[in-house]
Ligand binder design. Sequence first.
Ligand code: HEC
Length: 122
Amino acid sequence: MLVITAFSARADAEKNYLLHCSGCHLPNGIGDPPNTPTLRDTIGKIVATPEGRDYIIRVPGSSQTPMSDQQLADVLNWMLTEFNSETLPKNFEPLSAQEVSSSRGQILADPLKYRARFWPDN
Ligand code: HEC
């Protein structure tokens, strides 16, 4: 039962990614740099720290999407495993709905500046 639930959460996450995120980040996540960043490989490194986990929830594209906390957590976890398998830390703990809920309200007003301060090399 648990396996079936996890499987359908993944299928829904992919659908939600395509519906709500791929318009800008493209279906395969490559985006259109420098205007729209890629979601491939880079964010796998960023989520190695608590600030990074928080950051990918707080960027406007994530935090303002019309999805529930659980749906957004599932989409972000899907992106991380689908597009970042090379860089994701081995001990990565999937984001939870609770974590999304507590970070989501603090939308980043200047995500590019914030990112440049914490992850200048990613
Ligand atoms: C309207 C276009 C657009 C949509 C739709 C969009 N994004 Fe973004 N996304 C951006 C832009 C532009 C940035 C760069 C930061 C900024 O200016 O907000 C970004 C940055 C990000 C980042 C940070 C990447 C990094 O390397 O710093 C993540 C994570 C992200 N988006 C996730 C999502 C998710 C998840 C969705 C769907 C729920 C989504 N985005 C939908 C345009 C979009």
